[in-house]
Design a protein around this ligand. Structure first.
Ligand SMILES: NC(=O)c1ccc[n+]([C@@H]2O[C@H](COP(=O)([O-])OP(=O)(O)OC[C@H]3O[C@@H](n4cnc5c(N)ncnc54)[C@H](OP(=O)(O)O)[C@@H]3O)[C@@H](O)[C@H]2O)c1
Length: 236
């Protein structure tokens, strides 16, 4: 979902993008992965995919050996049970489900292999063009609406999110101009989940029925003043 949008943006900055095609390169073969990297000789490797950790660390190791940039695309979910908000780069990660444990394990393995990497922790993505994609807020809203006739939205929940179109621009800027580090990508600093869904419903004319729910407190808002994802849409 995100990678094709990122490709469009980074190509505008003069990069030629080579896709890691799993139908052509066997990611379960360390030799095949290394051979592919050698043949392409990339200046930058950006890893959006899932898959086995060893595959990721081979790429991170290659980047270190050849002094190339390596980006691992991670998620706010690595903070997991740490849900009191105000999440910073060094806030404790308390992953609490299979997905977040996997993403955190990859982060740790990558950092162990190569301490000069970029790790991008993303909030939930918003893109109206990707309605059919399951891992996107707009498709979530449509799915809930179709299934229940409404979308239930917790007023006590504050989630890190961003518009994918803003995200890919800012990722590109950071890769080109900033040093390797962990970066946090979030545009939302004030809207609760209910307010956010109401605004998205209006913005994209989704015609969903948004119902407020007084659920448990949850806050995974990330703050990183090196990352500029400001967008008026997220103001109250
Ligand atoms: N979407 C969000 O809201 C969001 C939020 C926070 C973080 N992220 C992170 O951003 C990254 C990209 O997300 P996305 O939503 O763009 O994901 P996506 O569209 O599902 O793309 C994931 C990619 O991983 C590949 N993949 C899946 N299983 C694999 C496996 N076992 N081995 C190797 N490759 C595999 C998929 O290839 P095939 O298509 O061939 O299966 C696909 O190209 C992910 O790392 C995700 O954790 C996303």
């Amino acid at each position: 979902m995100i990678a094709p949008r990122f490709k469009e943006v980074i190509e505008k900055h003069g990069y030629e993008v080579v896709v890691f095609d799993r139908s052509k390169v066997n990611i379960d073969s360390d030799i095949a992965v290394k051979r592919f990297l050698k043949a392409v000789n990339p200046d930058l490797i950006i890893h959006f995919a899932y898959g086995r950790i060893k595959w990721t660390t081979i790429m991170a190791k290659y980047a270190k050996a050849h002094q190339k940039k390596f980006v691992y695309v991670s998620t706010v979910n690595v903070y997991g049970d740490n849900k009191a908000g105000n999440l910073l780069v060094n806030s404790p990660c308390l992953p609490n489900d299979e997905y977040s444990r996997y993403k955190r394990a990859v982060e740790e393995a990558v950092l162990k292999t190569n301490n000069e990497v970029y790790i991008f922790r993303l909030g939930w993505q918003i893109s109206p063009l990707l309605e059919t994609h399951p891992n996107n807020m707009v498709s979530f809203m449509k799915r809930e609406q179709n299934e229940h006739g409404f979308v239930l939205a917790n007023q006590n929940s504050y989630l890190s999110v961003s518009l994918t179109k803003d995200l890919v621009e800012e990722m590109t800027r950071i890769i080109i101009t900033m040093p390797p580090d962990i970066y946090l990508f979030n545009s939302n600093f004030s809207l609760n989940f209910y307010d956010l869904l109401v605004k998205l419903n209006d913005l994209y004319h989704l015609e969903c029925v948004i119902k407020a729910e007084d659920g448990p407190s949850f806050n995974n808002l990330m703050f990183d003043d090196r990352v500029d994802l400001s967008n008026e849409f997220f103001s109250k």
